[in-house]
Ligand binder design. Sequence first.
Ligand SMILES: [Zn+2]
Length: 712
Amino acid sequence: MEPCARFFLKPMGERHNFSYTVRAMEKIIVLAEKPSVGREIARVLGCHRRQRGYCEGGRYIVTWAMGHLVELAEPAAYNPAYKRWSLSSLPMLPAEMKLQVIPRTKDQYDQISSLLKRPDAFSVVIATDAGREGELVARWILQTAGWKGPVQRLWISSQTDSAIEEGFKNLIPGEVYEHLFQAAETRAEADWIVGMNVTRTLTCRHDTPLSAGRVQTPTLAMIVEREEEIEKFTGSEYFTVKADFEGIRGSWKGADKSGKITDQSKAEEIARSAEGQTGKVLSVQREEKTEQPPLAYDLTELQREANLRLEFSAKKTLDVLQGLYERHKIVTYPRTDSRYLSNDIVPTLPARLLALQQTPYGREAKEVLAMNTALDARLVNDRKVTDHHAIIPTEEPPRMGSLSADESALYELIVRRFLEVLSPSCRYQTVKLSIEAAGERFEASASEVKQPGWKQYSLRSALQDSGEAEELSSAIGSLKEGELRSVSSVEVKREYTRPPARYTEATLLSAMEHAGRFIEDARLKRSIAGSGIGTPATRADIIEKLLAKYYIEREGRYLKPTAKGRELIHTVPGELRSPELTARWEERLARIAQGDEEPKAFSRDIRRRTEELVSDIKASTAVFSPDYPDAVTCPACGGQMMRVQGKKDQVITVCQSLSCGYEEMNGKPTKKAKAMERRAVKQHAADRSSSDTATFADLIKASQERKQRKRR
Ligand SMILES: [Zn+2]
């Protein structure tokens, strides 16, 4: 079958142009990421015949994955010896990675595979999520199904009907995304090689279920280090002096310009001497200032804001956002790392503002439209838009009534930021003055907004917490140098230095994004300044993983390490703890995606590094003995049990000895623990040599010894 050039250029054209009838029997298979999106594309393309797992029309057949349908094979696929976890079979470094169909969703894979084998299947359009992971979803399916025909890519930044139609008119040759696919596949392999090997080595070496990974371990290390800084912190008290000069509150400043006084008697002495005196205004400095609007949202920034303002977890923001994008079609592509718009978006901005007419932001949108602010490179910058532009509203008018409370709160953030970035700077005036009384110097400052600009569209709370300066009062506005003011009252305040704060999800996301800052080597720090650890699309998952494995837990909005998480960080090789290695790898993966580096060299390095990590852990003399608070002794093996808070607030106690694994929920053995007991009793019956009066603990011990013999 030879490809037809015209066909590639205008695949939508055939609906109106019958010069293509020669190929009428040939179908184009469109592969979407998930059923909901697939059905929408099918509707737009006019594929009305719904079948199991796909929709068929005259020209197109639209089918869908359900996220990944194919994954990297389990270790046992390479070597039967890998089935058992044992130190002797590590490291596992397959030269070529294998793929396997995920059993749970095999039906859908089979459906796609049989569509691809149809004699009339002429070409494929990859319509999965327009990003790295989406590319991998599609390519692995096509590869496993043995597809050799032409491939094109649908690359769109919103899910509206017009965006889908436009996208199908401008399909991109599949080869264009070859490098992206290579980077995605290389990353998946690196995660497998590092994760599988390090996790197994740590677990076998310390006889307790431990896991580590390229991104999760340095992230955990940051949380642990912060906790230790907090513990080491020794607070100290200091004093400040504030004086009231007829309505103007001045803060005492020392010669070093600091207002902190360590000696209480000195603070009291200053207060006494100023009391009842007359102050003289030494200087008044007035300054006109402007504050530019913030940059538009990329995913990480939106997750930070939503955590700060709505207390959403990073994962929740991504989930809610995905619904706004796919189901409601009212925001653009979520998993973007760009905070800019490209020039081709500019002509669509009025339509996006008009779409807000029937919403609570209608009046404000109209105002912004009328302002017609000149857009500068802080917003429109083609060079800073790679795969997708920043997150903004689409031209689709939202039906506010159909949004859930979470959706509408997140949508508000996106709309407000959109209005802000299209508005002029905020102009304000600041006044700083210094007053002398009894030979002591006091300072006061205030500010007044002259033109609110973008700030009038911010959330109210945003306005309130911006700027520490007091509102400009009439008292301070007209003040002149040399004026005299009597001191009406003086106050001495006792204050304390504060330890660094624990991470919230918002601050942890920033720390991950700028992990380069945590690197000590100055030269290396410069070279990886731009790349953090993880990618915008994966950071939420990493945080969830650390929570699920009980390495960290939430305390209100804050994240803190568990005893297990802390001990893990003390046990793993330093190289795995530091963000350095990960950030360096991340940078190389970005180069692979650009086509600037061959994946082969990277894969070789990953394997070599993993080999070193495994031998480091094997040779290490570190002992894994976490200091569990209110430790519980395991009734089965006498080992230590860790107490954790379950998702639904149940108290779960899990034995930390790998060969035991006994667990209780709310003080009662779980089903798993009961099954363990039954197995042990059975084993005992089969084992004639052991004493008949053996307790459960004896049985567990015997089973552990058997397991350990095997492992050696
Ligand atoms: Zn136990």
